[in-house]
Design a protein around this ligand. Structure first.
Ligand SMILES: [Zn+2]
Length: 95
């Protein structure tokens, strides 16, 4: 059996099976988007499907450091809201 891919949540720094995490990327245009298929180009990151980890991840400049980007507060906040509504509505598998 193949080893399950493990990724690190940048919110809590925990390591989890890739399929249990939300992936998102910074695209070439400099905006953030979720990447449910894991196939989008761009610099990506993973976060747990939990409000706590999402809140931590998108606080301060943590996300910019991780993505080597310089996203505005506004872009970060609106993307955070998008992810929070995803997990709170249970649209993501496993929530
Ligand atoms: Zn986490």
């Amino acid at each position: 059996m193949a080893a399950m891919p493990i990724r690190t949540c940048i919110g809590c720094r925990g390591k989890f099976p890739k399929k249990d995490l939300l992936r998102f990327v910074r695209d070439a245009a400099g905006s953030l988007q979720t990447d449910p298929t894991g196939k989008l180009p761009g610099r990506g990151a993973y976060v747990c499907q939990s409000q706590a980890c999402i809140n931590v991840t998108f606080k301060s400049q943590k996300i910019n450091n991780h993505l080597r980007s310089n996203l505005s507060r506004q872009v970060i906040d609106s993307f955070k809201q998008e992810l929070l509504s995803l997990v709170s509505h249970g649209n993501v598998k496993g929530v």
